[in-house]
Each structure stands twice: as C-alpha cells, then as structure tokens.
Design a protein around this ligand. Structure first.
Ligand code: NDP
Ligand code: 13P
Length: 431
C-alpha cells in the first residue's frame, strides 16, 4: 500500500515537480470535451436542455471511467484553494496545489494537512503539493486561482510564460485596488487569449471540509469549460451550477463581503431579525443596482452567487468579513481587526473601491457609503444608521417599479413639512 507521503512524489529533493503524465496523454481531456461538444452541436447558442444534459452526463461518465484524468492546478494555499483542490483530488482528478512558501509545502507533504488555514482536516492522499509555479501550471487542463484579489494580477503575470492551452478559473472574490478591475477583467488584460471562467457561491471553506452539502456556480462563456469544472468538482456533497453571466457571478461574490461586514457590525449591536432582514434585502438591491451599471444581469443576484452567498456570509461567524464587522462593532479599529483576523477579508478593500466608484458614477449605494463613513471617516455608527433610516422614500424592487420622480417629489414634500414642524416646535438644534 502507498503511504500518504509517497503519493506526493511530485516534489523532488530539489523541490521541482516531476511530471508523471506520459507524453501520449498530452491530448487533454478538456480538448476532448471541446471536440465532442462541437461535434454534437452543444456549443450552439440555442440549447436543447435534454441534449445538453445527456452530453454532460456522458462527459461525466467518461471522466469517471477514463484513466486519463483532468489535470488541474490550484494556486493559493489558503483555506479556499486547499478546500477546492481537496475536492478535485477526491474526485479522482490529477490535482496539484501550489503554495508560495517552500516550508509550508514541505509541512503539507509531511502532515497532509494545511496547519495554518484548515488545522485538523486531513487532505486527500492523491493531492500533490508544489511551490514551483512553472511545474504546477505546465501541462494542466485548468488552472484555478485562489489568491487574494490584491495578488491576482501579480500571479497571472508570473504564470503567463507557462500558459499555452490551459483554461483559467478565478475563485477569488475581490476587486483590484484603485483600478476597480474584477478578476475576469485582469485575466482579459494579462492573458487575452485564454479561455476563462469565475466560480463563486456560498462556500465557507470549513463547511466544505466537513462535507456539509454545498453548492456553487461556475460562470463562463465557454460551455466546455463550464462542463469540465462541473465534472471536476461535483460530488454528493458539492453541486456545481452553471451560468454565462461572468460579471454578475463575480460581482455577487465580491459585493456580498461589504454587507457581511455590515451584518457583523449590526450583530455587535444586537439588532433584531427584522433589522437583519432589512439590511440583507436592501444589500441585495444595492448589489443588483451596481451589477446592472457594470453590465451584469440583475436576475443573477437571485442565484447562489448572489442571494445565496449573501445569506451565508451575512449570517455566519465562519465568514472572516462578518468577523471583521463584528470586531469593528465592538469598538476595534479597522487596522487592529485586520491584524487580529490574520486571514483574507476582501470586503475591507472592496468597500473603498465600491464607495469610490459609486460616488464617481452616481450609483445609489447608501449602505456602502454609510459603512465607509463609519470605518474610514470615523463617523459614529448609530448616527449613520439613523440617517440611513431617514433616507426618504424608495421603491422596493426598482426593476419591478422604478424609483421615479414621484418618490423624489414625495421625499422633498415630507422633508419640507418636517422642517416646518421643527420650526414651529422651536427646535433650533440644527440651526
Ligand atoms: N475561505 C473561504 O471560505 C472562501 C474564500 N474565497 C476567496 O478565495 C480567495 C482566497 O481566500 P482564502 O483562501 O480564504 O484566503 P486565506 O487568507 O485563507 O489564504 C490566503 C492564501 O493566499 C496566499 N497569498 C497571499 N498573498 C499571496 C501572493 N502575493 N502570492 C501568492 N499567494 C499569496 C497566502 O499565503 P501565505 O500564507 O504565505 O501568506 C495564503 O496561502 C479570496 O478572494 C476569498 O474571498 C472564496 C470562497 C470561500
Ligand atoms: O466567500 C465566502 C463564503 O462564500 C467566505 O467568506 P469570508 O471571506 O468572509 O470568510
């Protein structure tokens, strides 16, 4: 029997990954799927759902019975990259997890755990580890990227010389600093020729490690890539749904982090269930409004990557963004909270990016602006919350009934009458 450590032979003594794939296997499974999809016509725009389903079922059956496995690399040795690589390895894919720190790689090979980010969870025997980026990425079908948003462009630049036919899938839920770029924008900038997708959904890494049933969304314009990702990661514990709204899916994952911080902060103030429901639903209104301005389909925000992830992150202490908000609500500074967390909380940067972009473009994002005022302008949380509650009349779902002039007129009328009531009562505080 192979011992756990013997199965990680891709790291030689000089820490170079050994490619165990025979040259005759270079004709990748993904290429096979693309060819089959093209031949059977499932790449056409108008799809026949049952034909697609049976083609996918055949692809999936082939993947499970065919010894030629999908060859995958996961870049980023944090909690999510590790959890996803583990799922793929467990599904029988030839999977390498790339981690930037050489000593961490050695420790992972030895212990088959990710001691820093997922302590106590044993990883699959077949999972390989590497800190050699070129070797990890070369000859793979799909390269999944799970580094923090602030390191995404640098990571793409580093792998660019080794990318030939591989597809790229972003697992990152961030936004680039100062450029407002999403990960798909960065992929298009840095690797304009590649086939790419983004994956996002309510996927708290620890719950996935515990085999708690979960689901996610792979969004790509490439149908074969969507199928390949579904086949690679799908299991009895993890369902992978598909979408072709790349912008909508990745915005769902990035924007919900803002509201997870708001909800963590609200929890510190012991708010009631009505209040939580109000924040969550108005957050969804902001997300879909911002999404539409960015070219996304608002209906995508009703899916797993929108309302699904918003719910999971806004209601769980497993969410790092929620925990940041909770620490802020208990009086800690943002710097101290980030330091104490010691892990990625994308929302901290996303609030600043979205606040700035929404201000520039005139997109109505009151919760985001309020949170920005509390965190970065040192405004008192209760005063800001009260101001939010007094913010005039709006329609509930603006894609059903537009927020039109009558709302604005009514708001102005109410403001005038409340100002005159204040005058009559001799209230001079505001003068
Ligand atoms: N955790 C979760 O439940 C989920 C996370 N995500 C998203 O996945 C992305 C990664 O998050 P997650 O895995 O949780 O993060 P973690 O904080 O758990 O880990 C971050 C990882 O990225 C590495 N890293 C940091 N900077 C660089 C860099 N410049 N180059 C290469 N590697 C780097 C860190 O290495 P080191 O330890 O050496 O610093 C560490 O391995 C985020 O965008 C997050 O929103 C998505 C779904 C769920
Ligand atoms: O995105 C996540 C779950 O879907 C993880 O959320 P945090 O980054 O807040 O931990």
């Amino acid at each position: 029997m192979t011992s756990p450590n013997e199965s990680n032979k891709d790291i030689s003594s000089d820490n170079t990954e050994v490619n165990t794939n025979a040259p005759e296997k270079q004709n990748s499974l993904l290429a096979g799927i693309i060819e089959r999809a093209t031949k059977s016509g499932i790449g056409r725009k108008k799809l026949n759902p049952s034909a697609v389903e049976s083609a996918v079922a055949k692809n999936m059956a082939d993947i499970h019975s065919n010894p030629t496995k999908l060859r995958l690399a996961f870049l980023g040795g944090g909690s999510f990259g590790t959890a996803m690589a583990n799922l793929a390895a467990r599904n029988g894919c030839d999977t390498t997890l790339w981690v930037r720190n050489k000593r961490t790689v050695k420790a992972m090979i030895k212990t088959q755990t990710n001691k820093k980010y997922l302590p106590g969870y044993k990883l699959d025997d077949s999972l390989k580890y590497s800190h050699d980026l070129a070797a990890a990425v070369k000859d793979k079908d799909i390269v999944f990227i799970a580094v923090p948003g602030l390191a995404f462009r640098e990571t793409l630049k580093n792998i660019a010389p080794f990318i030939s036919g591989q597809s790229i899938v972003s697992l990152t839920k961030g936004m680039e600093k100062d450029t407002f770029a999403m990960m798909s924008d960065i992929i298009k900038d840095e690797l304009p020729e590649v086939n790419f997708g983004v994956m996002s959904g309510p996927n708290l890494a620890i719950e996935i490690m515990k085999n708690m049933p979960s689901a996610t969304v792979i969004a790509s314009e490439s149908e074969p890539l969507r199928h390949a990702v579904q086949a690679a990661l799908h299991s009895a514990f993890f369902r992978v749904f598909a979408s072709d709204d790349v912008k909508g899916v990745e915005l769902g994952g990035a924007l919900k982090n803002i509201y997870a911080i708001a909800m963590g902060m609200a929890a510190a103030y012991d708010v009631g269930e009505n209040t939580k429901a109000m924040i969550l639903t108005r957050a969804l209104a902001e997300m879909s409004r911002f999404g539409v301005e960015s070219g996304a389909n608002p209906l995508t925000f009703l899916g797993l990557s929108g309302v699904g992830d918003l719910y999971a992150t806004c209601s769980s202490e497993l969410s790092r963004n929620y925990r940041i908000g909770n620490m802020l609500g208990r009086g800690m500074s943002i710097e101290a909270a980030v330091k104490k967390l010691g892990q990625t909380a994308e929302g901290v940067n996303t609030i600043q990016q979205v606040h700035e972009k929404a201000t520039k473009q005139g997109i109505y994002m009151p919760i985001t602006h309020a949170l920005y005022a509390v965190i970065y302008e040192d405004k008192a949380a209760l005063g800001v919350a009260l101001h939010l509650m007094e913010a005039g009349f709006r329609s509930d779902v603006e894609f059903v009934m537009a927020h039109d002039h009558s709302n604005a007129a009514l708001t102005a009328q109410m403001k005038t009458s409340s100002d005159s009531t204040d005058d009559e009562s001799g209230d001079t505080d505001s003068k």
